[in-house]
Ligand binder design. Structure first.
Ligand code: BES
Ligand code: ZN
Ligand code: ZN
Length: 494
């Protein structure tokens, strides 16, 4: 998205967005209010506009300002204004402008505790992510389609920090929306093969990014018995999609390993899921989508760190050739797995992908997956829960989450959870018959394949794919692009 910085009064926008914190105080809001003859203050006084987080009000202002309309956007209480309030404000303004589109100017507010460059980044991010529409398959006439914001102007004096922060935010928000596009694709269009084609296209966009797609024959040669078994029930054969980012200026002691669950549709397989809500299981590749566009964002930003992304792609279907409960599989690292439930397929495809990422030199692994329904029950649509074997890696992930907006909260990876997956027949089983601790035992399962070195499993079943608006800047059902911003922030701080 084109970003410009211009002094207020010279912005020539279709709408001027004024962030309003309670009590009213920012200079921008005061000047606009003055030019409007005190209308803003009156609206606040009468209680028609309260300045609540995410509240927005459009005023037509013919001639008084350098835009035909003003959008007053609430930030909530002044002392509580944070990046999330600003992102939410961004989303609210984009929503109000959806019938008009065009150029949106944000008046930045020096009186807030958030520095203006971070303000700008959050507003830009919120505007782009909040303006996203998932209805790409609707055949409505062009004039009925929502009109996106096409250009953002920041009403402030120019500074290199401001411009850099805003441009980075714009890039990340757009990559986030591309990840959402992938997660929203229906499973009759997105399958392991077409996902691989998308990954190759992405690699062609960037000089130092390459892509290899491993198909059935190569998976057999690598003896990836777990990924292969999950993919066997479908005519759409599984793939291991590998992207490598190798910039010339990279430090040589770190390779960031990104691993993504990419089940393009999860029926549960022979342990078939029930029908209600099954359509949402097209989003069971949201971890892979975040991983793919996460490494894309790292490449687009030109960050000086080597990275590898491994997407374990399969369609989990029942069928005459499908794997079954009772089967014993051998994963690429040689360990054997008794299948208890074919719906616990994510951990199986990830087992082989984790092994592969380590074999290819990953030093620090971040794995993203929509792994357990119980994690969504626990944390809802806001936080992902993560498990890790390394405290320093944990701190980095937690802080990258808080800064980026892709929130993540640590869960315990205690040794005593291992007993839940002890099998009488094989090295482990893929699930437990007890209705207990399913996110934790899934993490213990994955640990068996994560090799040596820092590793984290991020269970994003809640925030990865929404059933409804979250009430902030993620305003629509479907993919959220979770992981793109987290990965970019982690890679920047590494
Ligand atoms: N993809 C699902 C998990 C999921 C559920 C993600 C709801 C997002 C929303 C996963 O493959 C699954 O089916 N997990 C089972 C595991 C169980 C069979 C051990 C679950 O969590 O119920
Ligand atoms: Zn499943
Ligand atoms: Zn699944």
């Amino acid at each position: 998205m084109p970003i410009e910085v211009a002094l207020p009064g010279q912005t020539h926008a279709d709408a001027l967005a004024v962030p309003v914190a309670r009590p009213l105080g920012g200079e921008g809001a005061r000047i606009v209010d003055e030019k409007l003859g005190g209308r803003l203050a009156k609206l606040i006084e009468s209680g028609e506009f309260r300045g609540d987080r995410g509240e927005a009000l459009v005023l037509h202002v013919d001639g008084a300002l350098d835009a035909p309309r003003v959008i007053a956007v609430g930030l909530g209480k002044r002392e509580d204004v944070d990046l999330d309030a600003l992102r939410t404000a961004g989303g609210a303004a984009a929503h109000e402008l959806r019938r008009v589109g065009g150029t949106l100017c944000w008046l930045l507010d020096e009186s807030l505790d958030v520095p203006v460059d971070r303000q700008a980044a959050a507003l830009v991010e919120g505007t782009i992510i909040g303006g996203y529409s998932p209805g790409g398959w609707k055949t409505q006439e062009p004039e009925k389609r929502p009109k996106p914001v096409e250009r953002i102007v920041l009403g402030h004096f120019e500074s290199p920090e401001l411009r850099t922060a805003a441009e980075r935010a714009s890039l990340l928000a757009e990559r986030t929306n591309r990840a959402r596009d992938l997660a929203n694709m229906p499973p009759n269009e997105l399958n392991p093969h077409t996902l691989g084609e998308r990954a190759k296209e992405l690699a062609r966009e960037h000089e130092h990014l390459t892509c290899d797609v491993l198909a059935t024959k190569e998976l057999d040669e690598l003896e990836m018995g777990a990924l292969s078994a999950v993919g066997r029930g479908s005519r759409n054969e599984p793939r291991l999609i590998v992207l490598r980012y190798d910039p010339p200026d990279a430090r040589d002691d770190v390779v960031l390993g990104l691993v993504g669950k990419s089940i393009t549709f999860d029926t549960g397989g022979i342990s078939l899921k029930s029908a209600p809500g099954m359509e949402s299981m097209k989003g069971d590749m949201a971890g892979g989508a975040g991983t793919l566009h996460g490494i894309g964002a790292v490449a687009a930003l030109g960050l000086p760190v080597r990275a590898i992304a491994v997407l374990a792609a399969a369609e989990n279907m029942p069928g005459g050739d499908a794997f079954r409960p009772g089967d014993i599989l051998r994963a690429a690292n040689g360990k054997t797995i008794e299948i208890i439930n074919t719906d616990a397929e994510g951990r199986l495809v990830l087992a082989d992908a984790l092994w592969y990422a380590r074999r290819e030199g990953a030093t620090h692994i971040l794995e993203l997956s929509t792994l357990t329904g119980a994690m969504e029950l626990a944390l809802g649509d806001l936080y992902a829960g993560y498990f890790t074997n390394d405290d320093a890696w944990s701190d980095r992930i937690f802080h990258a989450g808080e800064r980026s907006g892709d929130l993540a909260w640590r869960f315990p990876l205690h040794e005593r959870y291992r007993r839940y997956i002890d099998s009488a027949f094989a090295d482990m089983k893929n699930g437990s018959t007890l209705r207990q601790g399913s996110p934790a035992l899934a993490a213990k399962f994955l640990e068996e394949f994560a090799g040596d070195g820092p590793w984290a499993h991020v269970d994003m079943a809640g925030p990865g794919f929404l059933e409804r608006s979250r009430g902030d800047y993620l305003r629509v059902p479907g993919g959220t692009g979770y992981g793109v911003r987290l990965i970019a922030e982690l890679a920047r701080e590494l």
